[in-house]
Design a protein around this ligand. Structure first.
Ligand code: SF4
Length: 401
């Protein structure tokens, strides 16, 4: 059985998406090609860390790596009050920090890089204004937390943890990428995992979870997860952990393959040997042509059977000779039941359990069951509707001669 490293949110998501890609990244430690949008996100996060770090209330930090945070306990209303935070960077200082942190890694062109660079300045300046107005009380930035959550080792880097006016904690995660909605904040497994990490490392309760979509502002803020939602995540993490332990690293192809750097190693994308290329190309072309023919034939078969059925119905015949075979019209009957009128009848007789799964097949079985009162069976049968289906079979013409 494989040793399992602590699961982060991105490791968990990677395994869920494709276990083989997880193996390439976390077991084989293969590097991925740098991408501009990742570099961009990293740079913006690092500037925000630099901006917020001086404001972190120093005494609110945990005393040691393995200590539970205690200082917020002492920090209740009526106490001496929070320690004075450090000085805000000016907006100009923040932009200088942005220039220092900038990296050209992963952009596909100078034009793309300069577009991202301008976007970053705009986002940071807008967020700066927002922060100055909101004046959060951060107690941690970019904090690495880990825990064992009922047997599952998990860890994560949390962008920011704020103190709320009521003395609790708010978990903040910045997003620089795609559009976000309230649903993202409500459904995010990432925020759920962060809640678990903060709750097991901090003494104060988590009062809120917030996503800051830096492109749109304002914050998407939701209440902390209920125990049932956390239990669901625990189950999903457990499933991933079991898969890793069992070394289940099957490729799972999908749209995510478009951004996978390991296609050249993945069996799903193994190429056909040159020597076999032409033979297999012809087979694929033939298969494609047959598929098209199959669809056309099925439609034509249906139309012909319907026309034959209409003619036979008009003439009142069931056997129609052809040149080689005889087409024989067969009927199939089935009784369909709606459960609404059946249930009260069965309840009166104490037989409700006979349709426990609510399928018409259960009712049909009951109607045929000789051990059930015949009067009840008759009443139930009367609630049904008979469906007749006609179909054609071919018989050898010689059997009619
Ligand atoms: S190419 Fe697709 S299936 Fe193959 S490892 Fe990458 S993500 Fe998985």
């Amino acid at each position: 059985m494989a040793a399992v490293p602590a699961l982060s949110y991105s490791s968990y998501r990677t395994y869920q998406e494709c276990p083989l890609r997880w193996r390439f990244l976390y077991v084989d430690r293969l590097p991925e090609a740098p991408r501009g949008y990742f570099t961009f996100g990293r740079v913006v996060h690092s500037v925000l860390e630099e901006l917020i770090a001086p404001l972190v209330v120093p005494s609110a930090r945990r005393a040691g790596q393995n200590d539970r945070q205690r200082t917020l306990d002492e920090w209740h209303p009526g106490h001496a009050g929070p320690p004075t935070p450090g000085r805000w960077m000016t907006a100009e200082e923040m932009l200088l920090a942005y220039d220092r942190a900038w990296s050209s890694e992963g952009y596909v062109s100078a034009e793309e890089e300069s577009r991202y660079r301008a976007l970053g300045r705009e986002l940071l300046l807008r967020y700066y204004d927002f922060l100055v107005r909101e004046r959060p009380i951060p107690v941690a930035v970019e904090e690495h937390l880990e825990t064992r959550w009922d047997g599952i080792p998990v860890h994560g880097y949390i962008d920011r943890i704020d103190r709320t006016p009521a003395g609790g904690l708010e978990i903040v995660d910045y997003k620089t990428s795609r559009d976000l909605s309230n649903d993202d904040a409500r459904d995010s497994d990432q925020l759920s995992l962060y809640q678990v990490l903060v709750e097991s490392n901090y003494a104060a309760p988590v009062h809120g979870l917030t996503l800051y979509h830096l492109r749109s502002l304002p914050p998407l803020r939701v209440a902390p997860r209920e125990p049932a939602a956390l239990a669901g995540l625990h189950d999903r993490l457990g499933t991933v952990l079991d898969g890793i332990r069992a070394e289940a690293f099957e490729p799972t192809p999908g749209r995510h393959c478009n951004r996978c750097d390991f296609r050249d190693r993945c069996p799903e994308f193994r190429t056909v040997p040159v020597t076999e290329g032409e033979r297999l190309r012809q087979l694929v072309d033939r298969f494609e042509a047959l598929r098209a023919e199959e669809g056309r034939l099925e439609a034509e078969l249906r139309r012909t059977a319907e026309e034959l059925h209409r003619a036979a119905e008009t003439l009142g015949v069931h056997r129609v000779p052809g040149s080689h075979s005889v087409a024989v019209r067969r009927r199939e009957e089935a009784w369909q039941y709606s459960l609404d009128p059946v249930r009260p009848l069965l309840e009166q007789s104490g037989l409700s359990a006979r349709v426990a799964s609510g399928t018409p097949e259960e009712v049909r079985r009951l109607v045929r069951d000789p051990s059930v009162d015949p009067e009840l069976r008759r009443k139930v049968a009367e609630t049904g509707a008979r469906r007749v289906k006609w179909f054609w079979e071919l018989e050898d013409a010689s059997s009619d001669s």
